[in-house]
Design a protein around this ligand. Structure first.
Ligand code: 48F
Length: 261
């Protein structure tokens, strides 16, 4: 085995893919459950989709289930999504299904990639790119290692017809947009309102209901919805994340279609 051949295989194939995905239809920030579900449903529709994940591993807050008991609960409405991903779920009580969080993350990731979405991990989204009327038109990326080491290194950018904020509790992309482009999000304050204390039922329903385009070119999904609009958190119930991911994929596909591409 030749070490240089191994090194070339890795760098050439990665670079080729990075170049291929420098202009995409949809760029998803964050590869937690909502981002992975969105990536899967978009790719399945043939939409060119890339996910950018800051951490080494995908899955966000799903691995640890509830308080490190690695199980997740999913309500009846989202059971069909578990079935679509091939995730085993046991009915615990009427309307409550329980699944292994490790199996769930693995299945979401595998099916997302196999459907054709590309996941770039170890990359942090530090800004958005804008065009006329401050429409969000892409992402500004840097290696997570650069920010961890606090190095002064300029980022690179990718172009995207739509951006999805799937960054969870921090709603990082929406915060950046509100801070830099003015408090013009579709919320009651125009900014990121901030999530409320726990109320699972309300949090889950509002999350799916308000999965939407929150600013021109920018959609929001998953826990970021609750942070952006000021809805309650909900703990280790994950059906809303999956339903929100599916919904944001459908909305994005419709927006692309209406825009003629
Ligand atoms: O936090 P996360 O799992 O978000 P989610 O898909 O799911 C939320 C649940 O896990 C849980 C919950 C259930 O009731 O409340 O928290 O909404 O995944 C968000 C991912 O985004 C990445 C982060 O590392 C995580 O994997 N992320 C956050 N900011 C950035 C980012 C960024 N600036 N650039 C790239 N990735």
């Amino acid at each position: 085995m030749d070490e240089v051949t191994i090194s070339k295989a890795i760098t050439q194939s990665y670079t080729k893919e990075l170049l291929e995905f420098m202009e995409v239809d949809v760029a998803i920030v964050g590869a937690g459950p909502s981002g992975l579900a969105a990536g899967y449903y978009l790719a399945k529709k043939g939409v060119k989709t890339a996910l950018y994940e800051r951490k080494l591993s995908v899955g966000g807050g799903m691995w640890g289930g509830g308080m490190m008991f690695n199980r997740i609960v999913v309500q009846a409405k989202a059971k069909e999504i578990l079935d679509e991903f091939g995730i085993t779920a046991i009915e615990y009580q009427e309307g409550y299904y329980v699944a292994d969080s490790v199996e769930a993350v693995s299945a979401l990731c595998y099916r997302c990639v196999k459907a054709g979405a590309r996941i770039f991990n170890l990359l942090t989204v530090e800004d958005v790119m804008i065009r006329e009327n401050d429409r969000v038109a892409g992402l500004v990326l840097n290696w997570s290692a650069v920010s961890l080491a606090n190095l002064h290194v300029d980022p690179l950018a990718i172009k995207s017809k739509l951006v999805i904020d799937a960054t969870g509790h921090d709603a990082e992309v929406c915060r950046i947009v509100a801070r830099k482009l003015g408090e013009k999000l579709g919320t009651k304050t125009g900014g990121v309102v901030g999530e409320k204390s726990m109320w699972a039922e309300v949090g889950e329903n509002e999350l799916v209901d308000r999965t939407e385009e929150v600013y021109p070119g920018l959609l929001v999904t998953g826990m970021a919805v609750n942070a952006v609009f000021g809805f309650p958190r909900m703990g280790a119930i994950f059906g809303g994340m999956l339903m929100s991911g599916k919904k944001v994929a459908e909305l994005s596909a419709d927006l692309l279609k209406n825009a003629g591409g």
